[in-house]
Design a protein around this ligand. Sequence first.
Ligand code: GUN
Length: 279
Amino acid sequence: MAKALTDRVSEDVAALASATAVAPTLAVILVGEDPASQVYVGRKIAACQKAGIISREHRLDHATSQTALLDLIEQLNADPDVHGILVQLPLPKGIDAGAVLDRIDPAKDVDGFHPVNVGRLSTGSDGLVPCTPLGCMLLLESVIDDFRGLNCVVIGKSNIVGKPVALLLLDRECTVTITHILTRGLQDIVRTADIVVVAAGSPGLVRGNWVKAGAVVIDVGINRIVDADGKQRLVGDCASEELGHASALTPVPGGVGPMTVACLLANTVRAAKAQRHVA
Ligand code: GUN
Protein backbone atom coordinates (compact mmCIF):
# COMPACT_ATOMS: atom_id res chain seq x y z
CA MET A 1 0.00 0.00 0.00
CA ALA A 2 2.83 2.39 0.81
CA LYS A 3 4.40 1.68 -2.56
CA ALA A 4 1.10 2.18 -4.38
CA LEU A 5 0.56 5.52 -2.60
CA THR A 6 4.14 6.60 -3.34
CA ASP A 7 3.63 5.71 -7.02
CA ARG A 8 0.42 7.78 -7.11
CA VAL A 9 2.23 10.73 -5.51
CA SER A 10 5.06 10.41 -8.08
CA GLU A 11 2.52 10.59 -10.92
CA ASP A 12 0.94 13.63 -9.28
CA VAL A 13 4.34 15.32 -8.96
CA ALA A 14 5.09 14.67 -12.64
CA ALA A 15 1.66 15.97 -13.73
CA LEU A 16 2.11 19.08 -11.58
CA ALA A 17 5.55 19.74 -13.06
CA SER A 18 4.32 19.52 -16.63
CA ALA A 19 1.14 21.55 -16.05
CA THR A 20 2.44 24.30 -13.78
CA ALA A 21 6.24 23.98 -13.44
CA VAL A 22 5.72 23.73 -9.65
CA ALA A 23 8.21 21.38 -7.99
CA PRO A 24 6.85 20.33 -4.57
CA THR A 25 9.55 21.04 -2.00
CA LEU A 26 9.85 19.83 1.58
CA ALA A 27 12.19 21.37 4.16
CA VAL A 28 13.22 18.85 6.82
CA ILE A 29 14.75 20.13 10.04
CA LEU A 30 16.64 17.80 12.35
CA VAL A 31 18.13 19.22 15.54
CA GLY A 32 20.73 17.11 17.30
CA GLU A 33 21.94 13.56 16.78
CA ASP A 34 19.13 11.33 18.08
CA PRO A 35 19.90 8.03 16.28
CA ALA A 36 16.26 7.02 15.66
CA SER A 37 15.44 10.51 14.34
CA GLN A 38 18.42 10.33 11.98
CA VAL A 39 17.07 7.06 10.56
CA TYR A 40 13.53 8.46 10.17
CA VAL A 41 14.74 11.67 8.53
CA GLY A 42 16.97 9.66 6.17
CA ARG A 43 13.95 7.58 5.11
CA LYS A 44 11.79 10.65 4.55
CA ILE A 45 14.44 12.30 2.38
CA ALA A 46 15.04 9.11 0.36
CA ALA A 47 11.29 8.78 -0.21
CA CYS A 48 11.06 12.40 -1.44
CA GLN A 49 13.81 11.69 -3.94
CA LYS A 50 11.99 8.59 -5.19
CA ALA A 51 8.76 10.54 -5.71
CA GLY A 52 10.39 13.54 -7.39
CA ILE A 53 9.79 15.84 -4.42
CA ILE A 54 12.65 18.23 -3.72
CA SER A 55 13.92 17.96 -0.15
CA ARG A 56 15.99 20.54 1.64
CA GLU A 57 17.78 19.20 4.67
CA HIS A 58 18.59 21.43 7.63
CA ARG A 59 20.68 19.47 10.11
CA LEU A 60 21.35 21.61 13.15
CA ASP A 61 23.67 21.09 16.06
CA HIS A 62 22.09 19.88 19.34
CA ALA A 63 23.17 23.16 20.95
CA THR A 64 21.13 25.23 18.46
CA SER A 65 19.12 27.88 20.28
CA GLN A 66 15.35 28.05 20.11
CA THR A 67 15.68 31.55 18.63
CA ALA A 68 17.88 30.28 15.79
CA LEU A 69 15.41 27.48 15.07
CA LEU A 70 12.46 29.91 15.07
CA ASP A 71 14.40 32.21 12.71
CA LEU A 72 14.98 29.32 10.29
CA ILE A 73 11.26 28.47 10.36
CA GLU A 74 10.36 32.11 9.63
CA GLN A 75 12.74 32.06 6.69
CA LEU A 76 11.16 28.86 5.33
CA ASN A 77 7.63 30.23 5.93
CA ALA A 78 8.52 33.24 3.78
CA ASP A 79 10.14 31.21 0.98
CA PRO A 80 7.57 30.66 -1.81
CA ASP A 81 9.61 27.75 -3.17
CA VAL A 82 9.18 25.75 0.07
CA HIS A 83 5.77 24.09 0.36
CA GLY A 84 6.23 21.85 3.38
CA ILE A 85 8.15 22.22 6.65
CA LEU A 86 8.83 19.27 8.95
CA VAL A 87 10.61 19.56 12.28
CA GLN A 88 11.59 16.07 13.41
CA LEU A 89 10.60 15.32 17.01
CA PRO A 90 11.74 14.94 19.72
CA LEU A 91 13.68 18.19 19.99
CA PRO A 92 16.64 18.47 22.38
CA LYS A 93 15.96 19.47 25.98
CA GLY A 94 15.74 23.22 26.38
CA ILE A 95 13.75 23.75 23.17
CA ASP A 96 10.01 24.24 23.60
CA ALA A 97 8.52 21.98 20.91
CA GLY A 98 5.11 23.67 21.22
CA ALA A 99 6.59 27.10 20.50
CA VAL A 100 8.46 25.68 17.48
CA LEU A 101 5.42 23.93 15.99
CA ASP A 102 3.31 27.08 16.58
CA ARG A 103 5.69 29.04 14.36
CA ILE A 104 5.24 26.87 11.26
CA ASP A 105 2.86 28.34 8.68
CA PRO A 106 -0.24 26.07 8.98
CA ALA A 107 -0.37 25.89 5.14
CA LYS A 108 3.13 24.34 5.16
CA ASP A 109 2.57 22.16 8.23
CA VAL A 110 2.81 18.76 6.49
CA ASP A 111 2.94 16.99 9.88
CA GLY A 112 -0.42 18.49 10.87
CA PHE A 113 0.89 19.40 14.32
CA HIS A 114 0.12 23.15 14.27
CA PRO A 115 -2.79 24.08 16.58
CA VAL A 116 -4.74 25.42 13.58
CA ASN A 117 -4.57 22.02 11.86
CA VAL A 118 -5.26 20.22 15.14
CA GLY A 119 -8.33 22.45 15.52
CA ARG A 120 -9.46 21.74 11.97
CA LEU A 121 -9.14 18.00 12.59
CA SER A 122 -11.15 18.28 15.80
CA THR A 123 -13.95 20.20 14.06
CA GLY A 124 -13.93 17.93 11.01
CA SER A 125 -12.88 20.72 8.62
CA ASP A 126 -10.30 20.53 5.87
CA GLY A 127 -6.69 20.72 7.04
CA LEU A 128 -3.38 18.90 6.94
CA VAL A 129 -3.70 15.64 8.90
CA PRO A 130 -0.80 14.00 10.79
CA CYS A 131 0.95 11.36 8.66
CA THR A 132 0.88 8.32 10.96
CA PRO A 133 -2.86 8.59 11.76
CA LEU A 134 -3.57 9.14 8.06
CA GLY A 135 -1.57 6.01 7.23
CA CYS A 136 -3.49 4.05 9.90
CA MET A 137 -6.80 5.12 8.35
CA LEU A 138 -5.72 4.08 4.85
CA LEU A 139 -4.66 0.67 6.21
CA LEU A 140 -8.00 0.28 8.00
CA GLU A 141 -9.95 1.35 4.90
CA SER A 142 -8.24 -1.43 2.94
CA VAL A 143 -9.95 -4.08 5.10
CA ILE A 144 -13.07 -2.31 6.46
CA ASP A 145 -15.92 -1.04 4.25
CA ASP A 146 -18.23 0.41 6.85
CA PHE A 147 -16.81 2.01 9.99
CA ARG A 148 -20.14 3.23 11.37
CA GLY A 149 -20.76 2.09 14.92
CA LEU A 150 -17.62 -0.04 15.20
CA ASN A 151 -15.95 -0.13 18.60
CA CYS A 152 -12.42 1.29 18.38
CA VAL A 153 -9.97 1.28 21.22
CA VAL A 154 -6.94 3.52 20.87
CA ILE A 155 -4.10 2.79 23.29
CA GLY A 156 -1.91 5.88 23.58
CA LYS A 157 -2.77 9.53 23.98
CA SER A 158 0.02 11.32 22.14
CA ASN A 159 -0.50 14.37 19.94
CA ILE A 160 1.30 12.55 17.11
CA VAL A 161 -0.80 9.37 17.02
CA GLY A 162 -3.33 8.61 19.78
CA LYS A 163 -5.39 11.80 19.83
CA PRO A 164 -5.50 12.45 16.06
CA VAL A 165 -6.25 8.83 15.11
CA ALA A 166 -9.10 8.84 17.65
CA LEU A 167 -10.55 11.97 16.01
CA LEU A 168 -10.29 10.43 12.53
CA LEU A 169 -12.09 7.28 13.73
CA LEU A 170 -14.76 9.38 15.45
CA ASP A 171 -15.25 11.29 12.19
CA ARG A 172 -16.06 7.93 10.56
CA GLU A 173 -18.75 7.40 13.21
CA CYS A 174 -16.91 4.78 15.19
CA THR A 175 -17.40 4.57 18.95
CA VAL A 176 -13.95 5.51 20.16
CA THR A 177 -12.36 4.83 23.53
CA ILE A 178 -9.02 6.51 24.16
CA THR A 179 -6.93 4.63 26.68
CA HIS A 180 -3.31 4.64 27.79
CA ILE A 181 -0.81 2.73 29.80
CA LEU A 182 -2.39 3.80 33.12
CA THR A 183 -5.97 2.97 32.10
CA ARG A 184 -7.61 0.72 34.68
CA GLY A 185 -8.98 -2.53 33.29
CA LEU A 186 -7.25 -1.92 29.95
CA GLN A 187 -7.49 -5.56 28.85
CA ASP A 188 -11.25 -5.64 29.36
CA ILE A 189 -11.71 -2.45 27.35
CA VAL A 190 -9.52 -3.74 24.51
CA ARG A 191 -11.58 -6.96 24.42
CA THR A 192 -14.61 -4.91 23.31
CA ALA A 193 -12.79 -3.57 20.25
CA ASP A 194 -13.52 -4.27 16.60
CA ILE A 195 -10.49 -2.07 15.84
CA VAL A 196 -7.44 -1.70 18.09
CA VAL A 197 -4.87 1.01 17.39
CA VAL A 198 -1.93 0.72 19.75
CA ALA A 199 0.71 3.43 20.03
CA ALA A 200 1.91 3.01 23.58
CA GLY A 201 5.64 2.38 23.14
CA SER A 202 5.41 -0.76 25.26
CA PRO A 203 6.79 -3.94 23.64
CA GLY A 204 4.35 -6.86 23.63
CA LEU A 205 1.71 -4.94 25.63
CA VAL A 206 -1.31 -6.28 23.72
CA ARG A 207 -1.56 -10.02 24.36
CA GLY A 208 -3.56 -12.57 22.41
CA ASN A 209 -6.29 -12.85 25.05
CA TRP A 210 -6.85 -9.06 24.95
CA VAL A 211 -8.09 -9.16 21.36
CA LYS A 212 -11.41 -10.60 20.21
CA ALA A 213 -11.50 -12.93 17.20
CA GLY A 214 -11.78 -11.06 13.92
CA ALA A 215 -10.64 -7.68 15.28
CA VAL A 216 -8.40 -5.49 13.13
CA VAL A 217 -5.22 -4.45 14.90
CA ILE A 218 -2.93 -1.58 13.91
CA ASP A 219 0.39 -1.73 15.72
CA VAL A 220 2.07 1.67 15.67
CA GLY A 221 4.68 0.73 18.28
CA ILE A 222 8.32 0.52 17.34
CA ASN A 223 10.55 -0.68 20.15
CA ARG A 224 14.16 -1.78 20.08
CA ILE A 225 14.61 -4.78 22.36
CA VAL A 226 17.49 -7.11 23.13
CA ASP A 227 16.65 -10.78 22.58
CA ALA A 228 17.57 -13.63 24.95
CA ASP A 229 20.50 -14.35 22.61
CA GLY A 230 21.71 -10.76 22.93
CA LYS A 231 20.59 -9.63 19.46
CA GLN A 232 18.79 -6.33 18.94
CA ARG A 233 15.37 -6.55 17.34
CA LEU A 234 12.55 -4.14 16.46
CA VAL A 235 9.16 -5.12 17.85
CA GLY A 236 5.78 -3.47 18.09
CA ASP A 237 3.36 -3.03 20.98
CA CYS A 238 1.58 -6.33 20.24
CA ALA A 239 2.58 -9.90 21.09
CA SER A 240 2.10 -10.55 17.37
CA GLU A 241 2.67 -14.30 17.59
CA GLU A 242 -0.44 -14.52 19.81
CA LEU A 243 -2.70 -12.61 17.40
CA GLY A 244 -3.45 -15.25 14.79
CA HIS A 245 -7.16 -14.83 15.53
CA ALA A 246 -7.20 -11.14 14.52
CA SER A 247 -8.59 -10.63 11.01
CA ALA A 248 -5.70 -8.31 10.18
CA LEU A 249 -2.57 -7.11 11.97
CA THR A 250 0.12 -4.70 10.76
CA PRO A 251 3.68 -6.01 10.97
CA VAL A 252 6.53 -4.24 12.78
CA PRO A 253 8.72 -3.21 11.10
CA GLY A 254 7.24 -2.64 7.66
CA GLY A 255 3.61 -1.82 8.48
CA VAL A 256 2.65 1.65 9.69
CA GLY A 257 6.17 3.09 9.25
CA PRO A 258 6.23 3.03 5.43
CA MET A 259 2.65 4.36 5.34
CA THR A 260 3.70 7.34 7.49
CA VAL A 261 6.44 8.21 5.00
CA ALA A 262 4.11 7.81 2.00
CA CYS A 263 1.51 10.04 3.67
CA LEU A 264 4.15 12.70 4.26
CA LEU A 265 4.78 12.75 0.50
CA ALA A 266 1.06 13.00 -0.17
CA ASN A 267 0.70 15.86 2.34
CA THR A 268 3.62 17.71 0.75
CA VAL A 269 2.05 17.57 -2.71
CA ARG A 270 -1.31 18.55 -1.25
CA ALA A 271 0.30 21.57 0.46
CA ALA A 272 2.14 22.57 -2.73
CA LYS A 273 -1.07 22.42 -4.78
CA ALA A 274 -3.02 24.44 -2.22
CA GLN A 275 -0.31 27.12 -2.10
CA ARG A 276 -0.27 27.33 -5.90
CA HIS A 277 -4.08 27.14 -6.13
CA VAL A 278 -4.03 23.93 -8.15
CA ALA A 279 -7.08 21.68 -7.72
N1 GUN B 1 8.71 11.88 15.62
C1 GUN B 1 8.02 10.71 15.69
N2 GUN B 1 7.04 10.70 14.76
C2 GUN B 1 7.11 11.86 14.11
C3 GUN B 1 6.36 12.43 13.03
O1 GUN B 1 5.40 11.86 12.49
N3 GUN B 1 6.77 13.66 12.63
C4 GUN B 1 7.80 14.32 13.21
N4 GUN B 1 8.09 15.53 12.75
N5 GUN B 1 8.50 13.83 14.20
C5 GUN B 1 8.16 12.61 14.64
